[in-house]
Design a protein around this ligand. Structure first.
Ligand code: PEP
Ligand code: MG
Length: 325
């Protein structure tokens, strides 16, 4: 079965009635990208850059970061590479950067909040990303955005980094796309306002589910309450995708839900054709796509929006999956 799936790596992700999806990889390193490519990824939908900052004594320099981002941009073979700026805090710490002890770290100092507060650090990363944009289709993604002001603040630092590079005479793509990670309920709620100023959205369902349901994604005690198929989650997904479509910007999903083949009817119903997932999930999801039709999938997804509980929705989606050939 594993060998059979591997044969799908070079096959396009198209439904039986001809609807094409783009499957990209979530990666943390160049090595992950190689895995993703082996499993047929069309580029990178989420490069988690935290791992570049971990297991070392100091912050990575601009050169060190540039080297990695450039390699990823080049190896992606012309496909887009979405690189997310540093998302530490919450569950991810750095030995050499002391963060305050917090009562609720997940609701605390993390992601873009730290970046906007440590401007030099942030600018160094953006400069490295910009330099890499001269070597491939690099896009920048900001994590944990919860207001338009934060996004504007992040873009202002990006503009400063561009000015510096121009002064240094180094090449970069001045029209580099800057997108927002939709993973805080506030961002989903104001998706229409954010969509006017963002070049793209990427929906991070891991955090979005945790925040919508107030269920810590790391807490074993309440793991049974972590329901990605909760109707509240489905509603905010729909609202986010509609806002993106209304504004004419691309939207992708990069949380774990994208790699759950049960979720496919939801994406077909909402019109999400861009999914990014861990490399190990790529071929399973593609197999499902190849055995589905847009028409039926859309009807199934629509049906889920009429149900009232996570349990009903998940059981229904499992049933749809079970009847695939
Ligand atoms: C997410 O929150 O859905 C996500 C993709 O990012 P991370 O898992 O790194 O928080
Ligand atoms: Mg997240």
């Amino acid at each position: 079965r594993k060998e059979q799936l591997q044969l799908l790596a070079s096959v396009e992700a198209v439904t039986k009635d001809g609807y094409k999806l783009r499957l990209a990889g979530n990666i943390s390193s160049v090595k992950d990208l190689e895995q993703a490519i082996k499993f047929g990824a069309k580029g990178v939908g989420l490069f988690r850059t935290e791992f570049l900052y971990m297991d070392r004594p100091t912050f990575p320099t601009e050169e060190e970061q540039y080297e990695v981002y450039r390699q990823v941009a080049e190896k992606a073979g012309g496909h887009p590479v979405v690189i997310r700026t540093l998302d530490i805090g919450g569950d991810k710490q750095l030995e050499y950067f002391s963060l305050p002890e917090e009562e609720n770290p997940v609701l605390g100092y993390r992601g873009i909040r730290i970046s906007l507060d440590s401007k030099e650090l942030f600018k160094t990363q953006l400069t490295a990303l910009l330099r890499a944009s001269a070597h491939g289709h690099v896009k920048i993604l900001f994590p944990m955005i919860s207001s338009l002001m934060e996004f504007r603040g992040a873009k202002a630092v990006l503009e400063e980094a561009k000015l510096d590079l121009t002064a240094r005479g180094l090449p970069f793509r001045s029209d580099i796309e800057a997108g927002i990670m939709i993973e805080v309920p506030a961002a989903a709620a104001i998706a229409d306002l954010l969509a006017r100023e963002a070049d793209f959205f990427s929906i991070g369902t891991n955090d979005l589910v945790q925040y919508i349901l107030a269920v810590d994604r790391m807490n074993e005690k309440i793991a049974h309450m972590y329901h990605p198929y909760h109707p509240a989650v489905l509603r905010l997904l729909r609202q986010t995708v509609s806002a993106a479509k209304e504004a004419g910007i691309p939207v992708s999903v990069c949380g774990e839900l994208a790699g759950d083949e049960k979720a496919l009817p939801i994406w077909l119903h909402l019109g999400v054709d861009n999914l990014s997932m861990s490399p190990q999930a790529l071929l399973r999801v593609k197999h499902r796509i190849l055995n589905s039709t847009l028409k039926e999938g859309q009807a199934e997804g629509k049906h889920c929006y009429q149900l009232s509980t996570s349990e009903e929705i998940e059981a229904k989606l499992a049933g749809f999956l079970g009847k695939d050939p």
